[in-house]
Design a protein around this ligand. Sequence first.
Ligand code: NAD
Ligand code: UDP
Length: 347
Amino acid sequence: MTVEQFESARTTTPLTRNKSSAKRILVTGGAGFLGSNLCERLLSKGNEVLCLDNLQTGTRHNLTHLSDNPRFEFIEHDVTAAYGLEVDEIYNLACPASPPAYQADPVHTAKTNFLGALNALDLAKARGIKVFQASTSEVYGDPFMHPQREDYWGNVNPIGPRACYDEGKRCAETLFFDYARQYDMRIKVCRIFNTYGPRMRPDDGRVVSNFIVQALRGEDLTIYGDGTQTRSFCYVDDLIEGFVRLMNSPDAVTGPINLGNPGEFEVGELAEMVIAETGSKSKIAYRPLPANDPQRRRPDIGLADEKLDWRPTVPLAVGLSKTIAYFDEFLRREDAAMKEPIKESAA
Ligand code: NAD
Ligand code: UDP
C-alpha cells in the first residue's frame, strides 16, 4: 500500500482505537531489525502502528507475525520523498545500519539521512507532534574520548567511505536541534551503540550476525584487522525499552542521549564467545580492516540512567544465546525451503 492509498482508505475505514490512551504511531524503517522489534513493542501496548519502509534492507518477513493485527499497517515508501499521514508520534529509524549496506549506495544513504529527517520533522511540525530520531554512536567517529559521553563532538572523517552515514546522521541531528530551536518542537534524539538480536538479516554484514551465521554454517569467522578493536553490544529488547522511555520522557529531555550496553569486548573475544556458544568447529580467518573502522567504542550511559532510569539488563552471553537460537531456526527453515520440491503449475 502507498501513502496515498493508505490515507484515502483510512477516511472510509479508520483503524479502530481500542483504548483512549492509544496513539497512532509512525515508525519509519519499521521493516528493519530495530524497527520491527519497535513496532511489535508499540502494538503490544495497544497503539496503532504505521510502518513506513522502502524494503531496502528490511523485509516483509520481519512483519509477517504482525500483518494480521488490525492495528498494524505497512506502507511501502521511500522517506526521501515527503509524505503526509495522520499520526500522533513519529519514530524515524529509516536508514540502512550495516556498513556494507549503507556503503552500497552512499548518495542514497546521505539523502535518506538528510531528507528522511527533514520529512519526518516537517510532518511533526505540521501536526505539532513529538518526533524521535535514531542517531548513532558513529557521530563520535573514531573517538579520542573514551568512553563516549554526549558532550564529545567526535572525530569523523567527512570524506571517507563511512561519511555518508556518519555525517548524514550528524546532519540529521543538526536538523532536529535547529527545528526544535526555530519552531519550538518536541524532539527526542538517541545515539544508538551496536545493537544485536533476532530479526537481523543473515546477510546483513554486521559483526554479530556475520559471526553467528558463519559459526552455524561451519564457515570461518571473518575477523577484520587483528580483532583487538572493541565494541559494546546491546541486546535489542534493552534498546527498545530505552527508545520508549525516551519518547515518553518529559519534553525537556531532548537528548542527544546514548543508549547502549557499556560492556566492552574486543571483536576477537566476540568470535571466541560465538564459537563456544554454538559449539561450532569453525576457525578464524583474518581479513583487512575496512577504512576508518573505529578502534574503540563504549557508551557512557550516565545520562540515560539519570534522565530515563534506563540501563541494559541482558548480558552479552545471554543475548548471544537468544540470537543464536533465532538464526539457528531461521537457517533451518531456509534450508528446508531450499529442499522442497518445486511444485508443477496446475496450468
Ligand atoms: P536495518 O537496516 O535493519 O533497518 C533499516 C530500515 O530502514 C530497513 O527496513 C530499510 O528497508 C529501511 N530504509 C532504509 N532506507 C530507507 C528509505 N530511504 N526509505 C524508507 N525506508 C528505508 O537497520 P537497524 O539496525 O534496524 O537500524 C535502524 C536505525 O537505527 C537506523 O536509522 C540506524 O542508523 C540506527 N542505528 C542502529 C544501530 C544498530 O546497532 N542496530 C546502531 C546505531 C544506529
Ligand atoms: N567486523 C569483523 N568481521 C565481520 C564484520 C565486522 O571483524 O564479519 C568488525 C568491523 O570491522 C568492526 C566491528 O566488527 O570493527 C563492528 O562492525 P559492525 O559492522 O558490526 O559495526 P560498526 O563498525 O558500524 O560498529
